[in-house]
Structures are given as structure tokens and as C-alpha cells.
Design a protein around this ligand. Structure first.
Ligand SMILES: Nc1ncnc2c1ncn2[C@@H]1O[C@H](COP(=O)(O)OP(=O)(O)OP(=O)(O)O)[C@@H](O)[C@H]1O
Ligand SMILES: [Mg+2]
Length: 645
């Protein structure tokens, strides 16, 4: 309901209430005074007639009484008149017949006369204190009622007119009052719509004008404030855009994968490196995360996923193996919810570390061989000289003994001839001594001993030579080498390892061509394989064990098979035996490097292959394939050994 309407209704209602009270009171007052006037008039009229009839009544002059009655009834408001004697007898009457037939009851008030419209009044006819009779008169109250109706109508008409005026005035007042308010209201609407600074016209100098001025001031102040706010907002937005751009660029430029997730596990920011990590699957990151919740297998496959569920730790670093990559993952909890995940591919670090380990191992190996070579060279030198002159002396002794034997046989024949002559006794002594010391036997055995010693010295010389060659190969570059010779020589060096457990059988192709290879590396390969075979046989135990080394070739390749009758490689470790540092042997007996070195030498350095086939408790065969012609291609980068066996 508008203010204007409220004003009109309010003023109208007050006016109505006041007017109603006024009209009611006035009508009541009018009614009362008219009634009193009417009662007084009725009383006076009855009394007057009683006075006028007293003389005629005393004289019982009925004609006069009738004339008086007729005279009185000429008054329009007198409806009937009756004059009664003290004895109750009606002396004269006239007027309203109905009223005259009914018994007379005096009315005390107008209200009592209302039921028949006649006011019944009476007055005693007296002379002195003596009652002669009674006047009964009926007065028409229609005049009174008409008077009252007229008075009521007029009052109500005045009241209605006043109400109309008041309503008009109220409307006018409401209009004047609300005119400024309406202007303020529409101004406020404009401001609410965002038209800050909107002003309204100010009229007059009253309180509403003051309100309009205050409104205008407020609107201008709001405009200034809004402008300041917008400026601050623009600046803040520009700063935010800048910060976001810097963040986005920083995140994009990082080599590591970055993923920022909000508190609802929704991706906020990622970079290309991260997407590359997930390229292996056609699922989106969100799908992966939601699937992973109840998918253990997937979690095991992509361990990064578990990072999404562990929210208790603030920072967490994990290293996982993702496909072919080694990934270092960090999970950093954000204070306001969510977290940042970084994924760094550390595969190259791993590779470098592995290469370094290989290098170190090779270095150690070559240092060991170097030292052994130097030592063996020294020993060979030291042993060679005495062996040389022991050999020479043995040869000398052998030929001396042989010559002595010849000389002795001549002497023996001579002494035989002297047995009959003058030197018979001396000859007898010589022959006895000859028999006693068994000269023939000694001479014979001395030659055999010398021959055996010469063989022994030859063997010593061979071993020393083999050791020197083995540990200090003549060529460090790739050269055409005689594999049969290399294998033979290596088996001499490690004879002590196998001779107590097995027989070594060479099944060589005598026409084996020379093959381009690093001699030192091949020494190492055959040594490791023969020693492994010997260990496997020692593990299994038993008799009649053999290590058979077979060589063969075709147009492009040379093949070497080293077959043993040892314990065999259990299936469950077959995939691992080429791994560096994998060993099943006790500490001190094996370090797990032998086959890793073989693999590296054959596959990476010679472009060849090495395969293993084995049956538990039956034996193992390592088969090496070497290209007979060096290919002109870049060297292979070492791998983790996934193409083993
Ligand atoms: N001929 C074989 N028969 C049975 N098992 C073998 C044979 N060769 C190697 N293995 C198994 O492979 C493992 C790895 O061999 P590798 O030569 O690499 O290391 P190692 O012999 O244990 O130690 P290292 O050679 O460094 O002294 C061995 O521990 C052994 O279990
Ligand atoms: Mg070994």
C-alpha cells in the first residue's frame, strides 16, 4: 500500500471516527431536547385543555365540552381528545377512532409512543384541590419523527461533505508529501541499478528537501567509492593475471611434471611435462584418479595415484618406477586445501649412476688385471731366468748322464776283461760296486728324472706365459684373435678352480677362423663362465662331471658353447642372473658381477649375444654368438639388460 493511500485512509479514518462521535452526540442531544420539548408541549396542552374544560364540567355543559373537543381537534397534531368525569363516564370525545376504542395508557417517554405513532398524555381537571375529571389526549409524534429524520439527514450530509473534503485534502497532502519521497525512491532504484552519482531535484526547504540533499551527497560519495573500488579491483585483477601468467610460465618451463589439485581433487594447473607422463594411457588424469580409488591393480601400476589419497603428510617424496622411467614424485600439501605434485624423470640420473658403476667396475677390473699383469710379468721374469738355467742344466745333466752311461758301459766292459789278470781283485771290487749302486739303473733313472724335470719346467714356463698373456693382453684394441687359443689359455689360468671337480673337454673346430674381439674382455668372459661352471658342479657334487667347451662358426658368426653338468639355474632366477650384483653365492665367494661383465662385453662391446639354457640338477649351457665381421655402426648405449637371454 502506497504512502499516499495510507495518508488518505489514515486522515479519512480519523475524520470518520471524530465525525461519527460528533454526529452521534449531536443527534442524541437533538433527540433529547426535542423529546423534552415534545413532552412539555403535550403536558402543557393537556393541562391547558383541563383548565379550559373545568367550568363546563362543573356546569356539566356537554355542548361546550363537545365544541371544545372539536375546536381542539382542529390542530393537526392532536389525534384524539377525551374528557372523562370523575365517575369514569366519558363526557365528550373525538378524533382517532382506533385510539379511542383502545384502553388508555399514559406514555412517559416518546419511545413508549413509538409502537402506535401516538403520544398518550393526560391531565386532571381540578378546581382547587378538588378533582372533577380527566383530560386524555393523543398527540401525533410523526412531526417529531420527521423532525428527527430531517435533522439526521442534514447531519449526515454535513459529515459526508466533510469526509469528501478531508479525503481530498488527504490526497493532496499525500501527493505533496510523497512527491519528494517518490523522487528519492526512484533515485535509490537508479543507484541500486548501478548508476552511482545519480542525483534528484531538490524542492523547498523542508526535511524532505534535506533528505534529498543527503541522498544526492550519498550517491556522489558512492560513485567516488565505486570508482576507487573499480580501480583497486582492476589493479588486483591485473596483478592476479600477471601472477597467474608468471605461475603458468614457471610451471610450463619446469622440466618436471607439475600438477596442482584443489581440495575436491579437481585439477587446477598442469604442464606439458606432466601430460607426457600420462601419455601411456588414454584415460584423463581425473578418470585415472577416480578409477584408482577402488582399483588396487591400477594403483600398483601407477604408484603416483596413491599420492592423491594420502592427505595427512605435509610433504612427501617417493621414488617410483613408471614404465621405463624412474620418477621422483613429491606431494606438497597446500594450506588452503589441495596439493601440488611434482614428477621428475630421474631415469638419466639412474643411467648415469649405472654407467658410473659400470665404469668403476670395469676400472676396478682392469686395475686388478693390470696389477695382476704387472705381478705376473714380474713373476714370469723372475721365474723365467731360474727356469731357463734349470732347464739348461737339466738338459746338460741329461746329456751328461747319457754320455756318462756310454762311458760307463765302456768301463764296465774293460773291467770285465780285467777279472782274470793281475788287476783281478781291483776289477772284482769295481764290478761289486757297480752292482751295489746299480749304475745302470741310476743312469737310466737319471735320464728319466732329467726328462721329467725338463717337462715340468716347460709346464711352469707355459703357465707363467699364459698368466702373463692372460692378465696383460698384447692388444688393447679390437684385433683378430684365435678363440681356441684364448679359451685354452684361460682354462690353464683357472685350472685350480675346476680340476678338483670336473674334466675339461675341448671340442674345438680346428679350422676356427680368427674373430675381431678385445682379447682382454674375452679372457674375462671365458674365465667367468668356466669358474661359474666349476662352482655349479662343485655345488651339485657327484662324479664324472664335465665342462665341455665347443667352438664353431658359419659365414657371419662364431659360436662358443660352455656346457656344464652342474646344479643348473632355477627358473625363478633365470631372468636375474645377468643383473649386476645378483648372486646366490656366499659372501666372499661371489659378488654377482661375473655375468653382468660377460653381458656387457659380449652385447655392448662386441655386438654379440649371450644366451643361457639350463635345467636344474642337469646342467647349464651358455651360448655366445660373435659377429665375424665388425659392423660400422655407432656403439650401443648400455641398457638395463631387458634383452637378456
Ligand atoms: N653355470 C651356472 N650354473 C648354475 N648357476 C649359475 C651358473 N652361472 C651363473 N649361475 C648363477 O648366476 C649367478 C650370477 O652369476 P655371476 O657370475 O654373475 O655372479 P657370481 O658367480 O655369483 O659372482 P662373481 O662372478 O662376481 O664372483 C650365480 O650366483 C649363480 O647363482
Ligand atoms: Mg661368477
Amino acid at each position: 500500500m502506497s504512502f499516499k493511500l495510507k495518508t488518505i485512509l489514515g486522515v479519512g479514518l480519523i475524520q470518520l471516527i471524530l465525525l461519527s462521535i460528533l454526529v452521534y452526540n449531536s443527534l442524541q442531544y437533538l433527540k433529547k431536547s426535542n423529546q423534552e420539548q415534545f413532552l412539555q408541549r403535550a403536558d402543557t396542552t393537556a393541562h391547558l385543555i383541563a383548565t379550559m374544560t373545568s367550568d363546563a364540567l362543573v356546569a356539566l355543559d356537554l355542548a361546550t365540552l363537545d365544541a371544545l373537543v372539536s375546536q381542539t381537534l382542529l390542530n393537526k397534531d392532536v389525534l384524539y381528545l377525551r374528557i372523562i368525569h370523575t365517575n369514569g363516564k366519558t363526557l365528550a370525545q373525538g378524533g382517532h377512532k382506533d385510539a379511542l376504542t383502545k384502553p388508555f395508557h399514559k406514555d412517559a417517554t416518546i419511545d413508549q409512543a413509538m409502537h402506535d405513532g401516538i403520544f398518550h398524555a393526560q391531565s386532571d381537571i381540578r378546581i382547587s384541590d378538588h378533582s372533577l375529571g380527566q383530560v386524555q389526549i393523543g398527540l401525533d409524534i410523526g412531526v417529531y419523527a420527521q423532525l428527527m429524520t430531517q435533522a439526521r439527514k442534514r447531519m449526515l450530509g454535513v459529515a459526508a461533505t466533510e469526509i469528501i473534503f478531508v479525503a481530498l485534502f488527504g490526497y493532496l497532502l499525500g501527493y505533496l508529501l510523497t512527491k519528494q519521497l517518490t523522487a528519492i525512491q526512484s533515485g535509490a532504484k537508479e543507484v541500486a541499478k548501478g548508476d552511482f552519482g545519480h542525483t534528484i531535484p531538490v524542492k523547498g526547504k523542508d526535511e524532505l528537501a534535506d533528505t534529498a540533499i543527503s541522498f544526492n551527497k550519498m550517491s556522489v560519495a558512492l560513485k567516488e567509492f565505486a570508482e576507487e573500488l573499480k580501480e583497486a579491483k582492476d589493479k588486483a585483477e591485473a596483478r592476479q593475471v600477471r601472477a597467474e601468467t608468471i605461475l603458468q610460465s614457471a610451471v610450463s618451463s619446469i622440466h618436471a611434471g607439475v600438477l596442482i589439485v584443489n581440495e575436491n581433487n579437481e585439477t587446477v594447473l598442469t604442464n606439458q611435462s606432466l601430460k607426457d607422463f600420462w601419455d601411456t594411457t588414454s584415460l584423463s588424469l581425473e578418470e585415472l584418479i577416480s578409477m584408482s580409488k577402488d582399483n588396487k591393480a591400477l594403483r600398483a601400476q601407477r604408484p603416483i595415484i596413491s599420492l592423491f589419497e594420502e592427505a595427512d603428510k605435509y610433504v612427501r617424496w617417493t621414488e617410483v618406477h613408471e614404465g621405463d622411467q624412474y620418477v621422483l614424485i613429491s606431494r606438497y600439501k597446500i594450506d588452503i586445501g589441495g596439493f601440488i605434485i611434482t614428477m621428475t624423470d630421474v631415469s638419466s640420473m639412474y643411467e648415469a649412476e649405472k654407467r658410473e658403476k659400470d665404469l668403476q667396475r670395469n676400472l676396478l677390473q682392469s686395475q686388478k688385471l693390470e696389477a695382476l699383469g704387472t705381478l705376473a710379468g714380474g713373476i714370469a721374469h723372475e721365474i723365467n731366468t731360474p727356469v731357463q738355467y734349470i732347464g739348461d742344466n737339466l738338459h746338460f745333466l741329461k746329456s751328461s748322464v747319457e754320455q756318462l752311461a756310454e762311458a760307463f758301459s765302456l768301463y764296465h766292459a774293460l773291467v770285465q776283461n780285467l777279472k782274470e789278470g793281475e788287476h783281478a781283485q781291483q776289477a772284482e771290487q769295481c764290478l761289486n760296486k757297480y752292482e751295489e749302486v746299480e749304475v745302470d739303473y741310476l743312469l737310466e733313472e737319471s735320464v728319466t728324472a732329467a726328462e721329467e724335470s725338463i717337462n715340468g719346467v716347460k709346464q711352469v714356463s707355459n703357465i707363467v706365459h699364459a698368466m702373463k698373456e692372460f692378465s696383460h693382453p698384447a692388444n688393447k684394441a679390437k684385433m683378430a684373435i684365435d678363440l681356441n687359443h684364448v679359451i685354452e689359455r684361460t682354462s690353464i689360468v683357472c685350472k685350480n678352480e675346476w680340476k678338483h671337480h670336473a674334466e675339461l673337454i675341448f671340442n674345438f673346430d680346428e679350422n676356427m677362423p680368427e674373430v675381431p674381439a678385445f682379447e682382454g674382455e674375452m679372457n674375462q668372459v671365458f674365465l667367468n663362465l668356466i669358474v661359474n661352471a666349476a662352482h655349479a658342479i662343485a655345488d651339485k657334487g657327484g662324479r664324472d662331471n664335465t665342462i665341455t667347451i665347443t667352438t664353431s662358426y658359419d659365414a657371419d658368426h662364431a659360436y662358443i658353447e660352455i656346457k656344464d653338468t652342474g646344479s643348473g639355474v632355477p627358473d625363478k632366477i633365470k631372468d636375474r642372473i645377468f643383473e649386476p650384483f645378483f648372486t646366490t653365492k656366499d659372501v666372499g665367494k661371489g659378488s654377482g658381477q661375473g655375468l653382468a661383465i660377460c653381458h656387457d662385453a659380449i652385447v655392448n662391446k662386441h655386438d654379440g649375444e649371450i644366451e643361457v639354457s639350463s635345467q636344474e640338477n642337469i646342467g647349464t649351457t651358455f651360448k655366445i654368438t660373435l659377429p665375424r665381421h665388425t659392423a660400422n655402426k655407432a656403439p650401443k648405449t648400455p641398457n638395463t639388460g631387458d634383452d637378456h637371454a
